[in-house]
Design a protein around this ligand. Structure first.
Ligand code: PEP
Ligand code: MG
Length: 325
């Protein structure tokens, strides 16, 4: 970090015209919470629980999960911690549970896997709930949602785990908020139906970009084609924010686009309520937000949405960011 960025890192994340934009942390396993708090992270927007599972040699026990989750929840309390249920498959393999598929990204991953293995889902949700005893900052996030049925099934399992722990064991646990990730294009057209079933949305722009553009996010041969600045991706993201607002449903974003200063400005223009990113991106994004007004971010967004190609969008962003200094 440059000295200037370091000095600014602890300042509030507000636009020049006074609009507050909470910045949240994306993390997994153990977070560098001291530095995250020093950078003004207002909580964890995405806790990738699969990291513990990917590093283990077998499915971690409920108590092994509790230990890790408790550390995170208490380190950030009272700030919220959004824990995503296991998102394996696709680009996130489990060494001890190989899944052989021709199209893993279109296959058995995320919520599809855990609903087919409710014992894995229940043990994880019980671990999250146990870890939250006496705290009030756990939020649960469901990955790879493509239909309302998946949300209903997942919520029924979460309710079951909650009742077992609360009534069966007498634990003092609150009901966590439950949200859905919007990262499969189908979900984009189902926001009113989802709004009746979840408490918030979080956009996964990494997978959304991959699936909208039909470009493997990890394939170097087509890496040139993979961009969150493709006009189609920007239109999709703007629509998600608009539909969520129309349904009065809180919406945030946790894909890499939020951690890019120019991307963050566009997302501000779209009306995303908070932005979640890796620790290293926080100071740079904050510096960009502090240099713009909401009106400027909307103007930039209008220009970007009017572009026909990724190159044109990137061109406008380059000019805008260099003028920002
Ligand atoms: C995403 O898809 O944008 C996301 C945040 O999740 P992951 O990168 O873990 O798939
Ligand atoms: Mg994803």
């Amino acid at each position: 970090l440059t000295e200037a960025l370091e000095a600014e890192a602890g300042l509030p994340c507000v636009t020049r015209d006074g609009h507050r934009v909470p910045l949240m942390l994306n993390t997994g396993l153990t977070a560098d919470h001291a530095r995250a708090l020093a950078y003004g992270a207002e909580g964890v927007g995405l806790y990738r629980t699969e990291v513990q599972f990917m590093l283990a040699e077998r499915f971690p026990s409920e108590m092994e999960q509790v230990k890790l989750y408790r550390e995170q929840l208490s380190a950030f309390s009272p700030r919220e911690v959004t824990m995503r249920t296991l998102d394996i498959g696709g680009d996130k393999p489990l060494p001890y549970f190989p899944i052989e598929e021709e199209n893993p990204c279109l296959g058995w991953r995320g919520i599809r896997f855990t609903l087919d293995h409710p014992e894995v889902f229940l043990s994880q949700v019980r671990a999250m709930l146990r870890a939250s005893e006496g705290l009030d900052n756990l939020r649960i996030l469901l990955p790879m949602i493509s239909s309302v049925r998946e949300v209903e099934e997942a919520r029924a399992l979460i309710r079951r785990a909650w009742v077992e722990l609360r009534q069966g064991e007498g634990l003092q646990i609150n009901k966590p908020l439950v949200g859905a990730m919007i990262e499969v294009p189908a979900a984009l057209f189902q926001i009113p139906a989802l709004a009746e079933r979840v408490d918030y949305l979080s956009v996964g722009s990494n997978d959304l970009t991959q699936y909208l553009l039909a470009v493997d996010r990890d394939n170097p041969r087509v890496a040139r084609l993979y961009s969150g600045y493709h006009p189609a991706v920007l239109h999709a993201l703007a629509r998600i924010a608009a539909d969520a607002h129309a349904c009065r449903l809180p919406v945030s974003i946790c894909g890499e686009l939020a951690g890019d200063p120019a991307g963050a400005v566009l997302l501000l223009g779209m009306g995303y309520q908070n932005l979640s990113m890796n620790l290293a991106s926080l100071p740079r994004v904050k510096a960009a937000i502090r240099r713009v007004t909401v009106a400027q971010s909307r103007e930039l967004l209008e220009k970007a949405l009017g572009c026909a190609s990724t190159d044109q969008v990137v061109g406008h962003l380059g000019v805008f960011m260099s003028e920002l200094g």
